[in-house]
Design a protein around this ligand. Sequence first.
Ligand code: HEC
Ligand code: HEC
Length: 361
Amino acid sequence: MDIKTWLVFVSIAVALSIGGYALSTHWASPSTLNGKIQAYPDSHNTGKAYDAMSKQNAASKTLRQLVSPIPTQPNIDKEKAKIGWLLFKDPNLSSSGGVSCESCHDLRSNGAETTEVSVGVNGQGSRNSLTVFNVGFNYRFFWDGRANSLADQLDGPVHNVLEMDTNWSEITRYVRSSKRYPNMFGHVDLDINERNIKAVLVEFMLGLTTPSSPFDQYLLGNQSALNERQKRGWESFQHEGCINCHRGVNIGGGMVMRFGYFGENKIGENRTNDTGKHSSTQNTKDMYLFRVASLRNVAETAPYFHDGKTHSLREAIQIMAESQLGKTFDQQTTDDIYAFLTTLSGKRPSILEEFSNDSNR
Ligand code: HEC
Ligand code: HEC
């Protein structure tokens, strides 16, 4: 561990012992970032995915790395997850019968979609779809971090008139009356109700992990998993300060921070006037607070940022440098960090292959 990493590490420990105050409620300037880094919040949403991660961490020499690899196998109940998989792909969950979760979270590609903003049952939307891959390693949900657990998060798309425009009693009625689900729920000893429908959807999403990216192999000790440029990019990512916000298993997904510390003019051309967490709380101190995005598979999840207005990853890196760090990167630093970010792409979630093979049999 070099001295900088160590300092960041110590400040987290200090923040923790003070009581882990929520950075989301502070306007911190980047110079005070280290002192105010929000220790991973105490929400327990991530359940098994997190347990698997802790086990893996405990096994490694450094107990608390700033960035840790994705466990090679998800620790889930596959029978439950498989019901979740079917529900995820089922358009009958929406009011129009035409929109499934998969309409906006494409499981064949990256768990998200390639349009700038999502289109739901009424053909309009305001934010870019987030990928459901590795979602179990996030600590806050949605672009503005407004939900603290995956199960709570589900109320979002289901109730949103722009997305599925329905409610849990409609969904429960449909699942109970369908031909295929009652048997499957019976098989895993679950009654069909809102809680259990959410539970199987969550179980499925916890299984959507993309392990064994080149960077994870590197973290696990394989020096040749990254080339020289990619290693330089990882160095820059740390010493330029990206890691102050993008950290944890998902290299993000844990804190809520202001988008545009160095002024809104630095956050890129033509940004929409989305005010982030403020738009759900109406609290002025929440203006422009957004969840630090996860950078897992980021090279495959264009377009970027909450409004999907940035199409190039290099441009996203430059915007981050200017808006979050007050720096202008030269071409080499941008290219190096870009090269590093491409090493965060892992294997497609193995359960997807497994489930489709089972049903083709
Ligand atoms: C019409 C498109 C659409 C549909 C349908 C949809 N989503 Fe989403 N989903 C989105 C968008 C857009 C976001 C980001 C919204 C935001 O941040 O305000 C999102 C966010 C999420 C997140 C949060 C990810 C994170 O990292 O915080 C999860 C999980 C999720 N959706 C799961 C689902 C599930 C499960 C369903 C089906 C019950 C579903 N979605 C249906 C578009 C959609
Ligand atoms: C002060 C905290 C902070 C720092 C420092 C920071 N980021 Fe971010 N990053 C964020 C937030 C918040 C978002 C989400 C912004 C949004 O769209 O609302 C984000 C989003 C991103 C995205 C877009 C991901 C996506 O899927 O759309 C990329 C890429 C990114 N950051 C890379 C970097 C890089 C590279 C650095 C270092 C040069 C960096 N960030 C430094 C907070 C930070």
